[in-house]
Design a protein around this ligand. Structure first.
Ligand code: 6R9
Length: 650
């Protein structure tokens, strides 16, 4: 973890630029305070006003907000706009096309892995495509309430499928296309999905990924787990189409099961571009998105229609100070919550024009992000500290090659940002002109919960502002199929409050500095991983007797994984074994979880009651000799041995 904050850098305050303030939705700190006060003191009126923007087939039947946030008083629950009927897809597409006359406006500027691949999609085109897809899904048997798994790269069909589900009341469960077949299978089984939508393959930088093959393996795992719920697999012809007529086509074999598999193009293109939306209850489910949990089993975070619409649309508008002529770009993958809320739903609800980027930051060259900003005239740019730290490494030259004068507001998300990275982002990318909104939030919160507003908040590099205690519309409504885990993870520790699992400190001016996770979770390049999940993956190797995983600070990734492995007798700790162990993690979870360090641990430090002392292991991983109180340690010799076996390089 990169702990933010050296005193001297903290003290400097950056004030909002005046030209931004002139037109801003929230133009100064006092107007922010007034808005904040109203949202806290009169949440019902505040959200009723926000709801005016949208289309409601029927109005709420009672109170706008109904909740119990206190476990000691009964089951946790929260409802916004209960009794109202609406449709998410109608609000983000039909409403823009029909009521706001935005049919010709560009919704997405799709930019492929290669700069030569790009495409624009207007709101009108998107609506038609979504209707076709919705009709096709209905034809394959998908009904309201059914779960649809989506394993797609960053292509328009990903957004189209999500919105098509939303249109017919199906619940989408998107899985980041970098996860392994086993991770995909685990998620499909948990949500009991009836359809899987995937693609043939995709290039990520120089690497070609055979998504259909991974999908097939996942469906086999589902069979093995006794849960063959997927009836149909819809496959977008993506790589093969883009590469048609070139040798590239031969690089990919697409395995096929004629009974189960259908090409997207065969079932979607011929469908009608009319599809009546299904009018849903405000609290009907919209999607499930899995996030790591400290027990190792991913949690299916459940979001519902109306609250999520209100929350993502309002936070998008205020936090990026969205205006009609903006070109907005969020570099996240839609497979994560940031993409759901701030590439798909929030921007579309505002009728925004967004870049949808398939590629990676350093391909085909290290100036790719800056090239894309110049190419499309991006005015609002939202990325992760890990990407900033990576690009910072190449200095200012690649940035200065491009015209970034269109930029107005910069944002970050995913992990604490260290002041060095904040300052580089502000000075080199934003040319000292653009406020940096550091947005703290989670899959579970649905949208930003702690963030400055660009024209209203004086900024301190690396800090966040103001907090609140009542439920907000975007908060998760549960963990899919597990109310007990929902309540115990988030509500039991401090009755009456939602617990994020992060630590923070508050400074004398009331600014909050997020210090990182307080539980057994790690944040690697902005992705949350649970130590238990990685330990589980390593333990499946036949040579492993016991294993403990901790985080260690990493200059680019924020944190990386450091694993202590005790082998069974008769096994030797070799370079090949280390590679096999890394392979196990890639296979069980995916490449994002690949450990940087795997160390031989003939014994692990344990308490007399047999608990592994992770605090001691963290210190060893960092080569910190100060181990604190070791009086509960059963065998003190273990520690010296572990220090002598430390990995010095990754
Ligand atoms: C949106 C997202 C959530 C966890 C969260 C925290 C960390 C996210 C942060 C941040 C410090 C920020 N986190 N944003 N920490 N400053 N601006 O990332 O959701 O994948 O569920 O991760 O990420 O630890 O609890 P998710």
């Amino acid at each position: 973890m990169v702990v933010p904050g050296r005193q001297d850098k903290e003290e400097k305050i950056y004030y909002p630029p005046e030209d931004l303030q002139m037109n801003a939705h929230v133009p100064n700190f006092n107007s922010y305070l007034a808005l904040y006060k109203r949202s806290i003191e009169e949440p019902e009126e505040f959200w009723r006003d926000a709801a005016q923007e949208f289309y409601w087939k029927e109005s709420p039947s009672g109170q706008i907000l109904q909740f119990n946030f206190d476990v000691t008083k009964g089951n946790i629950s929260m409802k916004f706009m209960a009794g109202a009927k609406t449709n998410m897809c109608y609000n983000v597409l039909d409403r823009n096309v029909l009521d706001r006359n935005l049919g010709e406006k560009v919704a997405y500027l799709w930019e492929g892995n290669l700069p030569a691949h790009h495409q624009t999609i207007t709101y009108g085109q998107l609506l038609k495509q979504v209707c076709r897809c919705a009709n096709a899904l209905k034809q394959t048997g998908v009904k309201k309430g059914d779960r649809v798994a989506i394993y797609l790269p960053m292509i328009p069909e990903l957004v189209v499928t999500m919105l098509a589900c939303a249109r017919i009341g199906a619940v989408h469960s998107a899985v980041f296309a970098g996860f392994s077949s086993e991770s995909l299978a685990e998620r499909i089984v948990d949500a009991q999905c009836s359809v899987l939508v995937t693609a043939d393959g995709v290039y990520r930088g120089e690497k070609l990924i055979n998504l259909k093959q991974i999908s097939d393996e996942a469906l086999e795992h589902c069979q093995e787990k006794g849960s063959p719920t997927v009836q149909k697999c819809v496959v977008v012809k993506h790589h093969t189409l883009r590469a048609s007529g070139t040798d590239e086509c031969n690089k990919l074999q697409t395995p096929w099961n004629a009974e189960r598999d259908v090409w997207w193009q065969d079932i979607v293109d011929s469908e009608s571009e009319q599809c009546d939306p299904e009018w849903l209850d405000a609290e009907d489910p919209l999607f499930i998105l899995y996030t790591s949990g400290s027990t190792g089993k991913p949690k299916g975070v459940l979001h519902t229609v109306a609250g999520y619409l209100l929350y993502t649309s309002l936070t998008f508008k205020y936090v990026f100070d969205h205006h009609h002529d903006d070109v907005y770009w969020c570099t996240a993958d839609i497979g994560w919550i940031t993409g759901h809320s701030y590439i798909a739903y929030g921007p579309l609800a505002n009728g925004a024009t967004s870049v949808l980027f398939e590629g990676v930051p350093v391909y085909p060259h290290v100036g790719r992000y800056w090239e894309v900003i110049e190419k499309y005239g991006v005015s609002k740019f939202y990325t992760a500290p890990t990407a900033i730290r990576l690009l910072m490494k190449y200095g200012r030259e690649p940035v200065e090659k491009y015209d970034l004068s269109s930029l107005r507001v910069l944002g970050t998300v995913g992990e604490p940002i260290n002041p060095e990275a904040w300052l580089w982002y502000h000075d080199a990318v934003g040319q000292g002109r653009c406020p940096v909104v550091d947005t703290f939030w989670q899959t579970e919160t649905g949208g930003h919960v702690l963030t400055p507003l660009p024209a209203a908040t004086p900024l301190k590099p690396g800090s966040a502002v103001r907090v609140f205690r009542k439920p907000w519309p975007g908060i998760m409504r549960g963990i899919y199929g597990n109310q007990e885990r929902f309540e115990s993870t988030y509500f039991r520790k401090f009755p009456g409050f939602y617990v994020t699992g992060d630590g923070c400190r508050r400074d004398k001016d009331g600014y909050y500095w997020i210090t990182g996770r307080m539980d057994d979770m790690l944040n690697v390049s902005g992705h949350l991983l649970s130590t238990a999940e990685v330990e589980g993956a390593l333990s499946t190797h036949a040579a492993v007797a016991e294993v403990a995983v901790v985080g260690r600070p990493h200059p680019l990734k924020g944190e990386c994984l450091y694993c202590f492995v005790t082998l069974k007798d008769s096994h030797e700790f070799t370079h090949d074994l280390v590679e096999e162990l890394k392979g196990k993690v890639r296979e069980k979870i995916g490449p994002i979880a690949t450990p940087d360090f795997i160390q031989n641990a003939p014994g692990l430090p344990k308490t007399r009651s047999g608990k592994i002392m992770r605090r001691v292991l963290r210190q060893i991983a960092r080569n910190e000799k100060d181990l604190g109180d070791l009086s509960t340690l059963a065998d003190s010799k273990v520690v010296d041995v572990l220090f002598s076996y430390r990995c010095k390089t990754a």
